[in-house]
Design a binder for this molecule. Structure first.
Ligand code: AMP
Length: 582
């Protein structure tokens, strides 16, 4: 269903002149080289993300501006200026050097949204390391798979999470050092390979010569899920900061006076590209709230810090909707001027609700871990067509290709959403999976794995994934990962995993399980399987529902037919079942 456009005058506060004034002209004039000139870079043409985000501001009055307003789970608060972050990240870089960590080594973080995680990530980049932020909600096996795949050398974690790491450390021979952050100074005995963050930071120097990385040197690795195999490591180079900077400026419209809040965790690419590098490379103050979702807490954060630009996700917006407008009315949210959303389709109802609740529209935008920065967006200067992801970013060319990914389709026809390869933050490889990487490109197009349409005016409309990947609360979950975890349970013979619709999270994970001989379906067994899965996967990837079946539908070659499981679950036509095993 199509809705009337929402005119920008209705729901955009034009008290501030937007950075992007004329979309058409911006597209015509846009050159990435001009953006590069707005950044500093090194004399030899090199680039370092952490330098662009923090150190370049130290030569300007921005150095004493608050970069980070931090609020912890229990309400404790801290403030860090750009200068503070420069010194602390220098120190951490020196800590790493002292431990013998070198350019190119993989340095992971596994912790809640605490300042030390941000400092470690910046410090890791400063020595030329490849940083990999992980969600604290990961189970031990999820951490092991990622660290093991790219042979991480260092892990920064917390005393609280160290128990999970202890379970897997023997399986990670390349992991030389585990740096334990112990904020509350709780009694903690350092174990094998473990060192204290606080002790090392106290001894380290503030002075550092940043590694003069090349723009093509690897900088960030984020793991993302596909339909087959374990999650794959999406690798970004230092040049990605050019994309972070430009899109934070022109899509999120960040301006010097803004107080910005991105609700994403750095474990997800949004929490690094737009929770660290986008805002800071623009010299913007941002809020990081360690606590989880609660409507009243979120509004309190906006009110307290006078947040002006707020970047969130559809599941969170739907949860705010559920909490109702009465909660909104208890808070003074007049500081807000611009709202944006990413991660899943943003339903028109959520936009209409935002208009009512905040007098502002959530501006949807689209991108992926692989793209590194926003590719398709709604901008402050254009009307919103509810349900559309917006138009491609100036400097980005998006198109719809036919089923073979060869021919461009005309407006209105559904096909593969593709992007012309070559924007600065495009991923550079999948770690150790170059062939898979190469298979994602055809005739100079990067094939995104999403299906969409484009209208006559260049607005893109999301249709769905072209594969079995499940999007639950904005997290991509590969069915194979969940199936692999489930079949490790002693009672499980086979598992087939699909996404089923959910009003809040868009989709939730449902598993169909057949049991080994000698096991009978029961509620207790179901609970035990769920508990088992929680140890292995990210919390959101764990099946919300499990259904026991005597056997699973399979192809003649033995592949579980998830498509059929889904069709049966949703009462849809079963389609071609000629390959079904009898
Ligand atoms: P991730 O790499 O985890 O950030 O997930 C990227 C995927 O999330 C995309 O390929 C889409 O399937 C989905 N996605 C992201 N943003 C949007 C959006 N605005 N509308 C619809 N789907 C989205």
């Amino acid at each position: 269903m199509k809705y009337d456009p929402i005119t920008k005058e209705d729901v955009t506060k034009m008290s501030v002149t937007p950075n992007l004034l004329n979309y058409k002209k911006a597209r015509e004039d846009f050159r990435w080289e001009d953006i590069v000139r707005e950044l500093d870079g090194f004399d030899d043409g090199g680039l370092n993300i952490a330098y662009e985000a923090i150190d370049r501001h130290i030569k300007t009055p921005i150095k004493n501006k608050v970069a980070l307003y931090w609020e912890g789970k229990d309400g404790e608060t801290e403030e860090y200026t750009f200068l503070d972050l420069q010194r602390l990240s220098n120190r951490f870089a020196n800590v790493l050097k002292g431990l013998g960590v070198r350019k190119g080594d993989r340095i992971f973080t596994f912790g809640d949204r605490i300042p030390e995680i941000y400092i470690s990530l910046l410090g890791g980049l400063k020595i030329g390391g490849v940083i990999g932020p992980l969600f604290s909600a990961f189970g031990p096996d999820a951490v092991k798979d990622r660290l093991g795949d790219c042979e991480a050398r260092v892990l920064v974690t917390t005393a609280k999470l160290a128990g999970k790491v202890k379970e897997i450390v023997e399986d990670l021979p390349a992991l030389e050092t585990i740096i334990i952050v112990n904020r509350g100074n709780v009694p903690y005995e350092l174990g094998n390979r473990e060192v204290s963050y606080e002790a090392l930071m106290n001894q380290a120097s503030d002075a550092l010569d940043i590694e003069k990385t090349d723009k093509e040197d690897y900088a960030i690795i984020h793991y993302t899920s596909g339909t087959t195999g374990k999650p794959k490591g999406v690798v970004h180079a230092h040049q990605a900061v050019v994309g972070h900077y430009a899109t934070a400026k022109y899509v999120l419209d960040l301006q010097p006076e803004d107080i910005y809040w991105c609700t994403a965790d750095p474990g997800w690419v949004t929490g690094t590209s737009y929770g660290i590098f986008g805002p800071w490379s623009n010299g913007i103050s941002q809020v990081v709230y360690e606590g989880g979702f609660r409507a009243s807490n979120w509004y309190r954060v906006i009110e307290k810090y006078r947040v002006t630009v707020w970047y969130s996700a559809p599941t969170a917006i739907r949860m705010l909707m559920k909490a109702g407008t009465e909660v909104v009315e208890k808070y003074d949210l007049a500081s807000l001027r611009y709202l944006a959303s990413v991660g899943e389709p943003l339903n028109p109802e959520a936009i209409f609700w935002g208009n009512k609740a905040f007098g502002l529209s959530f501006h949807d935008n689209w991108w992926q871990t692989e793209t590194g920065c926003i590719q398709i967006a709604n901008y402050p200067v254009q009307d919103i067509r509810p349900g559309s992801m917006g138009r491609s970013f100036p400097g980005v060319t998006a198109a719809i290709l036919d089923d073979k990914c060869e021919k461009e389709l005309p407006p209105g026809e559904e096909g593969h959403l593709v992007l012309r390869a070559g924007w600065p933050s495009m991923f550079r490889t999948y770690w150790n999976k170059q062939e898979l990487y190469d298979s994602m490109f055809n005739n100079g197009w990067y094939i995104t794995g999403d299906r969409a349409t484009m209208d006559m005016d260049g607005y893109f409309w999301f249709v769905g994934r072209a594969d079995d990947v499940i999007n639950t609360a904005g997290h991509l979950v590969g069915p194979f990962e969940v199936e692999s975890a489930l079949v490790e349970h002693p009672a499980v013979a086979e598992a087939g995993v699909i996404g089923i619709p959910d009003p809040l999270a868009m989709e939730v994970v449902k598993a169909f399980v057949s049991l080994k001989d000698g096991y009978e379906p029961s509620d207790e067994l179901m609970r035990d399987i769920k508990k088992f899965a929680r140890k292995k996967l990210h919390a959101v990837a764990c099946p919300r529902k499990i259904e026991f079946l005597p056997g699973l539908p399979k192809t003649k070659s033995g592949k579980i037919m998830r498509r059929l499981l889904k069709a049966r679950e949703l009462g849809l036509p079963e389609g071609d079942t000629s390959t079904l095993e009898e």
